[in-house]
Design a binder for this molecule. Structure first.
Ligand code: AMP
Ligand code: ZN
Length: 483
């Protein structure tokens, strides 16, 4: 499997540090508001990566933080804590806001078939870990105390800018977002590890520390949470592209300074979902959520398909027209799969192997999900029986997770009921219970009768009897009961 590594700027053969387990860390949401569908594009792609690693036979341990403290309005440690902003907006406490939006985030993930990571750790649970790391960074001269805060000294590193070739001036300008710079910093891109003094004295959550009562910076959270659950090395670290600088750059700086060795081998960044008017952003206040898509009548999984149809390293433009197209494509897929007959033929291993090869070749090439979706269409067009097609689709769905088989099963039942109603044939159970397996057999008996295959119709009646189900023919239908 080849994955693009933002650190080396090329596709590299993926080899985990240990053959037994892939250690994967993904930056979690800042829970001061709903996730927007842009954030969720990143989580969908990370979900595909995790599931494809598992599909390829790896064990994966995936860890994600929940940022419930320390993420200031600008990623460069300026402005107010986003959580406090959220609490004020809604007249609630910071912890109430965190609990509400954490639940809302996982609710959205469930609707999008995004698996919950093995470990989910709120940043406020790991204060001791931050203090331990910062203490060592102070002892070894990588950190300094100035004006009440502890800063990381980026000038102590030979190569601070891991992900890009921009010069320091440009980067510092890029992240300042118009907020005045901090005079305590020795170098423009030094960042805060621990705050005891910020302009915002009403910070809600504070903890005791060797440097005074305060709270951690955002970047230290991910380094510490990763090390707490995954140890001193990491195979893959993911996030949206905006995380590359300064967040991930700072994570690498402090982690490697603390550990004294290389920390993470692969960095994977998902490009942004943009609207036609620009970047989607939570801080702007107006943004698209999964609930809004549902209110407008879209299936969240059609949005998942929309994301999979493009490569994660290309930015994606959202428009209602594009989503309409994805919804139409999704509905057509469900309809075509519903038309496949589960009992048509025997599983054809050769045909399945060829279809699977194309799917794996797509995902092995830096997670080309759009070609993987094409491989799914190839299954529908393939010259093989329906039983094989359904088995292959089920296999692909371990990664794609589009809910296609579940939706197709519902559609198949609805079609059967429609057909039965149109033919005036009703199936009634004496107790009022519904049993799709029994109903399917009764329908098959009716179909056999219609085709004048009375031997088959009698065989089905006997088979049901052996299962303890007795049939009585009634005008325009059949009544059944358990005996
Ligand atoms: P946040 O909740 O702001 O900390 O962001 C959660 C995740 O969403 C991070 O990995 C961000 O890099 C990512 N992200 C933010 N905006 C977008 C966007 N427009 N498209 C894709 N990913 C995004
Ligand atoms: Zn992070």
């Amino acid at each position: 499997m080849y994955l693009y590594n933002s650190a080396s700027r090329k596709k590299e053969l993926f080899v985990p540090n240990s053959p037994d387990i892939v250690k994967m860390y993904t930056c979690g949401p800042t829970v001061y508001h709903f996730a927007h569908i842009g954030n969720l594009r990143s989580y969908i792609m990370e979900d595909i990566l995790e599931k494809y690693l598992r599909y390829s036979g790896y064990n994966v341990k995936r860890v994600m933080n929940i940022t419930d403290v320390g993420h200031l309005s600008s990623d460069a440690d300026e402005g107010e804590d986003k959580m406090l902003k959220g609490a004020r907006r809604e007249h609630k406490t910071v912890m109430e806001i965190a609990a509400f939006y954490t639940d809302a985030f996982f609710d959205d993930c469930r609707k999008l078939n995004i698996k919950k990571p093995d470990v989910v750790e709120p940043a406020t649970h790991c204060i001791e870990d931050y203090i331990r790391i910062i203490t060592k960074l102070m002892d070894t001269g990588y950190a300094y105390f100035a004006g009440g805060n502890v800063y990381f000294d980026t000038s102590k590193l030979e190569n601070y800018y891991v992900f890009n070739d921009f010069n320091a001036e440009d980067l510092a300008e890029g992240v300042r977002e118009g907020v005045s710079s901090d005079p305590n910093k020795r170098n423009k891109n030094d960042f805060v590890l621990w705050f005891t003094k910020s302009k915002f004295e009403d910070q809600a959550l504070k903890w005791d520390s060797p440097w005074g009562v305060g709270y951690p910076g955002w970047h230290i959270e991910c380094s510490a949470i990763s090390m707490k659950h995954l140890g001193e090395d990491l195979d893959i670290h993911c996030g949206g592209i905006d995380n590359a600088f300064p967040h991930h750059t700072n994570e690498i700086a402090q982690s490697e300074a603390y550990l004294g060795h290389k920390w993470c081998n692969w960095w994977m960044h998902v490009l942004h979902l943009n609207t036609t008017s620009g970047k989607m952003s939570k801080s702007k206040g107006e943004f698209l959520t999964v609930s809004l898509l549902e209110e407008k009548g879209y299936d969240p999984l059609a949005y998942r398909l929309f994301c999979l149809q493009s490569h994660y390293r290309k930015s994606l433009v959202f428009s209602w027209e594009n989503l309409d197209n994805a919804q139409v494509a999704y509905n057509k897929l469900v309809t075509r799969i519903a038309a496949l007959k589960p009992d048509d033929g025997e599983f054809d291993a050769e045909a399945a192997k060829a279809l699977k090869e194309k799917f794996c070749a797509a995902l092995d090439n830096d997670l080309n999900s759009s070609l993987a979706v094409t491989a799914l269409y190839d299954v529908l067009k393939a010259k093989t029986n329906d039983a094989t097609k359904l088995a292959v689709i089920e296999d692909f769905e371990r990664v794609l997770s589009l809910g296609l088989l579940e939706k197709a099963a519902v559609k198949r039942e609805a079609l059967k009921k429609e057909a039965a109603a149109a033919s005036g044939f009703t199936i009634l159970s004496e107790s009022g219970e519904a049993d799709p397996a029994v109903e399917a057999k009764i329908q098959a008996r009716q179909d056999a009768k219609k085709a004048k295959n009375f031997a088959e119709a009698d065989r089905i009646r006997d088979e049901l009897k052996a299962e303890g189900v007795e049939l009585t023919d009634i005008p325009h239908g059949v009544k059944w009961r358990r005996i």
